[in-house]
Design a protein around this ligand. Structure first.
Ligand code: PLP
Length: 374
């Protein structure tokens, strides 16, 4: 059997990784400023994380969500404390798309309404239609019964208000920072106004923090810079540092009912062990503060490089636009200097390194970028 050929692949096969470094089959060392789309939060193969998963695997890796699993509550309690959402509840799943699907279902169940407001250029995942083809009214989300989505320009609060005032909106969904689009931020004032309009009109606000969350910006969630409390927050990527796990943080306004949401693998023992270790390391190694400081340093130094046209983002979620003549620099950094960076729409270079990155590693990148663009 062959693999279904849907990915454009670089001819590099990482076989080992540690911290911010990755090694390929030939033993070539790479500096990782990408973390596989913001997945690597505490650094590759962190010893505490590896130890926790291995120990758990020797006890029990999986049973099912029909029996008690106290690791889930341990994870929820820690996540509530570190993210400053101790009063919210947690629904555990496996991926970002699944977290968003469940968030939209919850909002639709609660409001019984049929329209979703989303934002132009937003990315929320690739699943579709699973619920639409499920013939069970208890599971089926009203979301798939003739729901419509309206896309609005980011930061256009007047258009959001106009749509909400029509009275048929089930939810607003927005990324903490748009990642795939090229690192575009909702302004803090826009988020505040959005939160306020949603609350006034009883429209659940869903913050997709799948890429921008888990400490990446220097706060646990990017929206916390705007000092708002959305009704639902979705998370995945950095939550498991590579182990697949996603979560939906749900405000106390939502009442759980048996059978309302569900999943086979969500919150399994191994995933919980991984996610608990991630939170422990984030706390013990002050990774939020490191992400903030290293992000400031990166921005400050990038601003001094003449080839850099624009820098967007916060903390360790940065988008860099280089002058047109340097369009190939990302490839050169990878193949000549062995530095992984990410791409985004319109040639934007995306930096999403592990939150544990050091100033020394950032200096290596800056120096190579200067050389390539001198
Ligand atoms: N939401 C955002 C903001 C993302 O960046 C992504 C993935 O890149 C997703 C959702 C989907 O996550 P997953 O690929 O885990 O389904």
């Amino acid at each position: 059997m062959q693999l279904f050929d849907v990915y454009s692949l670089w001819n590099i096969e990482p076989v080992e990784a540690k911290g911010c470094r990755v090694w390929d089959k030939e033993g070539t060392e790479y500096l990782d400023l990408y973390g596989g789309h913001a997945v690597i939060s505490i650094g590759h193969s962190h010893p505490k994380y590896v130890d926790s998963i291995c120990k758990q695997a020797t006890k029990i890796g999986f049973y099912s969500n029909s029996v008690l699993n106290s690791l889930q509550q341990e994870l929820a309690t820690k996540l509530g404390q570190l993210s400053d959402y101790p009063d919210y509840s947690l629904f555990l799943c496996n991926t970002g798309a699944e977290a968003n699907e469940n968030a939209l279902k919850l909002a639709s169940f609660k409001t019984g309404k049929k329209r979703i407001i989303a934002f132009k250029e937003a990315f929320h995942g690739r699943s579709s239609g699973t619920v639409a083809v499920t013939d069970n009214p208890n599971i089926q989300a009203p979301f798939n019964k003739g729901h419509k989505v309206v896309f609005i320009n980011l930061n256009d609060i007047k258009s959001v208000e106009k749509e909400i005032l029509k009275g048929d909106v089930a939810a607003v969904i927005i990324e903490g920072i748009q990642g795939v689009a090229g690192i575009y931020q909702p302004t803090d004032s826009f988020l505040k106004a959005l939160d306020s309009i949603c609350k006034t009109n009883d429209v659940p606000l869903i913050l997709d923090e799948i890429q921008s969350g888990y400490g990446r910006t220097g706060k646990f969630f990017a929206h916390q810079y705007a000092d708002i409390k959305p009704d639902i927050i979705t998370t995945a990527k950095g939550m498991g540092n590579g182990f697949p796990i996603g979560g939906v943080l749900i405000s106390p306004e939502f009442e759980a009912k048996k059978g309302m949401l569900g999943t086979t693998f969500g919150g399994n023992h191994l995933a919980c062990a991984a996610a608990i270790a991630v939170l422990d390391v984030i706390e013990e190694e002050s990774l939020l503060s490191n992400a903030f400081k290293m992000g400031e340093y990166l921005q400050q130094e990038l601003n001094k490089i003449p080839a850099v046209k624009v820098i967007r983002g916060r903390g360790l979620m940065l988008g860099i636009e280089l002058k047109a003549e340097f369009a190939d620099v990302r490839n050169q950094l990878l193949f000549e200097n062995h530095i992984f960076t990410g791409g985004a729409k319109n040639g934007v270079m995306r930096l999403l390194p592990p939150l544990s990155i050091s100033k020394g590693d950032i200096d290596i990148f800056l120096s190579e970028l200067k050389n390539k663009t001198a």
